[in-house]
Design a protein around this ligand. Structure first.
Ligand SMILES: Cc1ncc(COP(=O)(O)O)c(C=O)c1O
Length: 384
């Protein structure tokens, strides 16, 4: 099989992850932070070292403010729902995933927030002055946005928008789900109040792992209360991080796998990973552009492309095209990709969305070549 669905979850995982998780389940008995026997301390150390690795790799200053979650959706829900204190005006991009849109829509229904959209032109550009003006005019309380579109792969100018928001003391929450692990990033000079991302996509870790990081200044409530192994004499939830946000038994084996994946990323280097990605992007952009029957819905500017391509074809629906890919043993994703507003922006909503091709770090030029050759061979059938 040729796997081109890494934007959903990466496959294969980093070398050593699968064996590491299995070994951890088989050989480490203890729960993290719950006792002082050897295996319990080993589990606590795994959590501690993984937080440290994330902090170092991405310039996330305080490792205690790194919270382990189940996935990016879980992280986004905690930070979005936990941080609404009064009726707020929230500004989002037109490219948000349902993991942002749905908790926010829930708050709209509950009349707790008003939702506003940034305005981007057809080339995915936003006028920074207009953005700044809208913060003031709409009395924005919080900006929440994705680092790049999970449909088109377009990298958005989140750093510039975060800096402008900071100038106005407006908290800035970043969904970096499609960004992390694919391109070097250092949050030291990007003023995010919180950033959420999964461990199972570009970080090449197992499913069931996600990360929420927040700055010291950003305050939000926990959505969960319970045992943390700390301050157990009190029935009141601890108020220090990470314990405040991490009740119950952690996904220790999954986090152990994530640690192996992060060590692999550190050893490979994010620059090398990005170079591989640029190669994949160039090859896909060039070869797909040569197929007349295929319309590329993605931004092809290499500096603004993370490596996610959406295509449509006039002669065939997205679901039929995906069926064709599957018949040829090529795994891609079809539909709206949980981002309905992006498809309204692209005018691909009514046709049921697009087919998305997303290579990963282990995709080879031969995989792309085989995919394109197959398409070229049979594409005429679609337009019969
Ligand atoms: C931009 C974006 N945000 C959030 C998510 C949700 O990630 P998870 O599946 O880890 O909850 C995704 C998943 O595809 C995504 O693409």
């Amino acid at each position: 099989m040729i796997y081109l669905d890494n934007a959903a979850t990466s496959y294969p995982k980093a070398p050593g992850v699968a064996d590491g998780v299995a070994t951890h389940i088989r050989t480490v008995s203890g729960n993290a932070g719950r006792s002082s026997y050897k295996d319990s301390i080993t589990s606590s150390t795994v959590l501690f070292e993984t937080r440290e690795l994330i902090s170092t790799l991405f310039g996330l200053k305080s490792s205690d403010n790194i919270i382990f979650t189940l996935n990016a959706t879980h992280a986004l829900n905690i930070v979005i729902l936990g941080s609404i204190k009064r009726e707020e005006n929230i500004l989002i991009s037109p490219f948000e995933h349902n993991s942002v849109l749905r908790p926010l829509s829930h708050l709209v229904v509950e009349k707790k927030i008003k939702l506003h959209r940034m305005s981007f032109d057809n080339n995915f550009n936003i006028d920074l002055e207009t953005f700044e003006k809208s913060l003031i005019e709409k009395q924005i309380d919080k900006v929440i946005m994705t680092a790049c579109s999970n449909v088109t792969g377009t990298i958005l100018p989140f750093k510039e928008l975060a800096l402008i928001s900071q100038k106005h003391n407006i908290p800035f929450i970043l969904d970096a789900s499609q960004y992390m692990g694919y391109i070097p990033i250092d949050f030291t000079d990007i003023p995010v109040s919180a950033v959420c991302f999964p461990g199972h996509k570009g970080l090449l870790g197992p499913a069931g792992t996600g990360i929420l990081y927040f700055s010291d200044e950003f305050k939000f409530n926990s959505l969960y209360y319970g045992g943390t192994g700390s301050n157990s004499s009190s029935i009141i939830q601890p108020t220090f991080s990470p314990d405040m946000y991490e009740s119950g038994t952690a996904n220790i084996s999954g986090i152990y796998g994530l640690k192996i994946a992060l060590e692999y990323l550190e050893k490979e280097g994010l620059d090398k990973i990005r170079s591989h990605r640029v190669e994949m992007i160039n090859q896909l952009a060039k070869e797909l552009s040569e197929i007349e029957e295929i319309d590329i819905q993605s931004n092809l500017d290499i500096k603004r492309q993370i490596g996610v391509f959406s295509i449509t074809s006039k002669g065939i629906s997205a679901s039929e095209l995906t069926y064709w890919f599957d018949k040829n043993d090529i795994a891609v994703r079809m539909g709206l990709h949980c981002a309905p507003e992006t498809h309204k922006f692209l005018h691909t909503f009514d046709e049921g969305g697009t087919v998305r091709l997303s290579p990963g770090y282990f995709t080879t030029p031969e995989d792309i070549e085989k995919t394109i050759n197959k398409l070229k061979e049979e594409v005429y059938v679609f337009n019969r």
